[in-house]
Design a protein around this ligand. Sequence first.
Ligand code: ZN
Length: 253
Amino acid sequence: MIDTHAHLDLDDFDHDRHALFKEMHELGITSAIIPGISEHQWQRQIAIATEFNCYFALGIHPWYLPQNIEDSLTLLEQKISEQQGYTHFVALGECGLDKLKPNFTMQLELLSGQLKLANQFNLPVILHAVKCHQELCDLLAKHPNPKGGVIHGFYGGPELAQRYINLGYKLGIGGLVMNPDAKKLRKTITELDIKYFLIETDSPSMTPSYVTEKRNTPLHLPKFVSEIADLQKKTTVFILEQLNRNAVQLFEL
Ligand SMILES: [Zn+2]
């Protein structure tokens, strides 16, 4: 089992990262993809991914908008060239749009630049999308990427899901699936083919509502898989195999 989106490089895990990876392995969670968030974190992120045998992506998250977008995109291009061919390096991201955060125009500029880089380097994209689906769909249509990517932390209904699928993207399903009130998302998972989904926790964020600890960890992943299996009316083994296959295929793991 692979957690396809976990920020295990963040300080939240500094005090118990070794113990956490040991527990993950005991639960059958063999690896994770650590997405990039900011140029200031890339070096540390790559070091941790290498030490703990994880995959990683490089990108700039819309919450960490740089002062000078052009300079940061140049740095990102250099960093990607350096890492290209390294088997642990699998995608461009995390990038995207977030209407709940400031400077939407700058976010659009930063995302366009990153979508161009993804095409230039033949990489799939890990996308963060909050309340911006029209703008994001327009931008993805404008920069078609044959490698596709994932709309991580997807929370929408079947129609929105289908729009992203038509553009060549998969949907990253996280802890929200455990929330009985997340009706749109649960409908999406019930109705669409399992081949369009990836499984993720977004640790340390997006802690499922049933968990009392504030910090989210990949240890919750098996519960999400059984919930998806229940919604799809399939066995957990079947769902797990398919989810693994989807991740291996998209990120060429
Ligand atoms: Zn993330």
